[in-house]
Design a protein around this ligand. Structure first.
Ligand SMILES: [Zn+2]
Length: 118
């Protein structure tokens, strides 16, 4: 195993690092369980998005053709696409459909959580 503080190799079973003196035992196990929690935790846990529906609504209405609401909800890729193609007018049509979805509460953020809180 390796010291988390200085990165030097430490003998298995050692409590303290021989190079910097930092505690090295138990750290590995803790990191493993943290990693496991991150893998097991689903992206969409069924909760609503913490993002404001009102802000999404307003951004989509005024700047929807430029993808401003997509940037706000974390969909950066979609936002860039809409920004690049804003001159075609197509993003404005998409934004109008999404604006209706926002009103209905079926518009989702980048994590797949519905934006329902005004
Ligand atoms: Zn060390």
């Amino acid at each position: 195993m390796y010291c988390k503080t200085c990165g030097k190799e430490v003998k298995e079973g050692d409590i303290f690092c021989g190079y910097c003196g930092a505690r090295v035992d138990d750290q590995k196990e803790n990191n493993m369980s943290n990693d496991l929690n991150n893998i097991v935790r689903p992206i969409n846990d069924g909760s609503a998005s913490p993002r404001s529906r009102l802000i999404t609504f307003l951004l989509c209405f005024f700047l929807g053709g430029f993808g401003a609401h997509e940037f706000y909800v974390g969909k950066t890729g979609a936002g860039i696409l809409m920004l690049v193609f804003c001159w075609t007018g197509i993003p404005s049509i998409i934004a109008f459909i999404q604006w209706i979805m926002i009103i209905c509460g079926s518009f989702k953020d980048a994590e797949g959580r519905p934006i329902t809180m005004w």
